[in-house]
Design a binder for this molecule. Structure first.
Ligand code: G6P
Length: 482
């Protein structure tokens, strides 16, 4: 029985299975895992007794979950912030429909405003079948949490995969105190209304089953309140930021998430990062370096970022031969056609740029579509310019990690549509992510920026980035339940 429980789709590790049947464990990716990895790590504090419940994501995870007593994993040496981890063995079909069809193809698209004409919303009988799997998936989490929570325990349910779980858990265990936290943006009401009425209503009611609904910025919290306002039978009080519904009151709060500077610097000083930094430095020589690090994700806007780099080389040919763009994109959500096509578009655009500008002794662009965390940390250290240009993003921790690790005082070119812009806009050069020309000019300005100004801005960015380390973010959510 645990006093504090966390629930999220992706856990801190996932497994792969080699041909001889051996399981290998590796770090989970994405901002949510980076944030939660530090939850119990407040320096000097006694770690709370935390149980982190997550889903098995593939066959290897299911094998690991089945082979562990009650799904509890032995995680010696992994960055779980001191939490014990329990992996749920969710049936493959249920997982596929809940994660791919509902969470990532529908809810993610709505909150990131990703629908466009070739991929316009179309909801039919199949949507309802997928939705049943989403309900079953959420119920599996609610069952597990209800079983493992001590009386009156605090439970922090994370993200859009688990919108229904707060209400389901309250029904099973009214004694628990429940927070739901959204790591994504929240859609404005006119966009949220694209969802079928029954589904949109259940999403809102599900989250309103929590005592506290947390968001990364004021903007997303306020969009959630706007959506609740159109829900029959609810009363939204803007002054106290509460929503009353069926006799239950949910408080809405904003909890920014930053990085743990000390832990990040320690990790970046390890041998694997140092070696990769050396190799990268040899590869780029003394040229200036523009770095980006993302999942290969539609909302990260990688193709427009590459187009902006091309426009920089066209409009300011003086940079040719003097700059290298390093774009690390690690594979994401490959089960979805949109993501596979997007990866192809990234690779196609990259090839066009290399063919157009590359010379015998200058590679203008190095794009690598694979996951190498230490290499990303090494690149942050070497960056002169960090490009973070999502079309919409809950927070974006790359914009915070980069300045903390930069050894050259990097300039940050940052989309105004990333949640991080609310905290970093003073030190960053902010851009409209759809405006490729503006992005190209911001890259030009960043490359020209005098070293002293860059260093001064970078110092301010690093201070803002570390102001709210994950353990404080997490403690704030729990404190909101008192
Ligand atoms: C975003 C979401 C997280 C998710 C991460 C990686 O940060 O808010 O919930 O874990 O992306 O995505 P994936 O689908 O690979 O878990």
């Amino acid at each position: 029985m645990s006093q504090v429980l966390v629930a999220s789709n992706r856990g801190p590790v996932s497994f792969s299975l080699s041909d001889d049947g051996a399981l290998t464990m590796r770090r989970g990716g994405g901002g949510l895992v980076s944030g939660l990895a530090g939850i119990a790590a407040a320096p000097g504090d006694a770690s709370p007794d935390v149980l982190w419940v997550c889903s098995s994501l593939g066959e290897a995870d299911r094998t690991a979950a089945r082979g562990s007593p009650d799904g509890r994993l032995d995680l010696a040496g992994y960055e779980t912030g001191g939490a014990a981890v329990r992996m749920l063995d969710i049936p493959a079909g249920t997982f596929h429909r809940a994660y791919n069809a509902v969470a990532n193809s529908t809810l993610w698209f709505v909150h990131h405003l990703l629908y466009d004409t070739p991929r316009s919303p179309h909801f039919d009988a199949r949507t309802r079948r997928d939705w049943q799997s989403y309900e079953a998936y959420n119920a599996a989490f609610a069952d597990a949490l209800a079983r493992d929570a001590a009386p009156g325990a605090k439970t922090a349910i994370q993200d859009y995969h688990l919108s229904l779980a707060p209400r389901m858990l309250r029904e099973r265990r009214p004694d628990l105190r429940i927070v739901h936290f959204s790591h994504t943006p929240w859609a404005p009401p006119d966009y949220f209304r694209l969802l079928p009425d029954d589904i949109g209503t259940q999403i809102l009611l599900g989250i309103l089953g929590a005592d506290h609904a947390g968001f990364l910025t004021e903007r997303w919290a306020s969009a959630f309140l706007d959506c609740c306002e159109s829900l029959p039978g609810t009363r939204v009080d803007r002054a106290s930021r509460t929503v009353s519904c069926g006799g239950h009151v949910t408080r809405v709060g904003v909890h920014g998430l930053g990085v743990d500077g000390t832990a990040l610097r320690q990790r970046a000083a390890e041998q694997d990062v140092v070696e990769r930094a050396r190799a990268l430095r040899e590869q780029v020589g003394d040229r200036q370096l523009i770095v980006r690090v993302d999942r290969t994700e539609l909302s990260k806007n990688i193709v427009r970022g590459l187009a902006a780099y091309r426009e920089l080389l066209v409009n300011h040919p003086e940079w040719r031969g003097r700059v290298v763009h390093l774009a690390f994109a690690y594979p994401s959500r490959y089960d979805l056609r949109e993501y596979r096509e997007y990866t192809e578009a990234v690779e196609r655009t990259a090839k066009q740029i290399t063919d157009e500008f590359g010379t015998a002794d200058w590679d203008p662009l190095i794009v690598q579509v694979n996951d190498d965390y230490p290499r990303s940390l090494a690149a942050y250290g070497l960056a002169d310019v960090l490009l973070v240009n999502p079309i919409r993003d809950g927070m974006n921790l790359v914009a915070k990690e980069g300045p903390v690790l930069s050894q050259r005082g990097c300039a940050l070119v940052l989309s105004r549509e990333a949640g991080a812009a609310a905290e970093l806009s003073e030190g960053a050069l902010t851009i409209n992510p759809y405006d490729v020309s503006q992005t190209a000019e911001a890259l030009h300005r960043a490359l020209l920026m005098p070293r002293a100004e860059r260093a001064e801005r970078c110092g301010r960015l690093a201070a803002a980035a570390t102001a709210l380390p994950p353990h404080r973010w997490f403690a704030d959510q729990l404190a909101a339940l008192d």
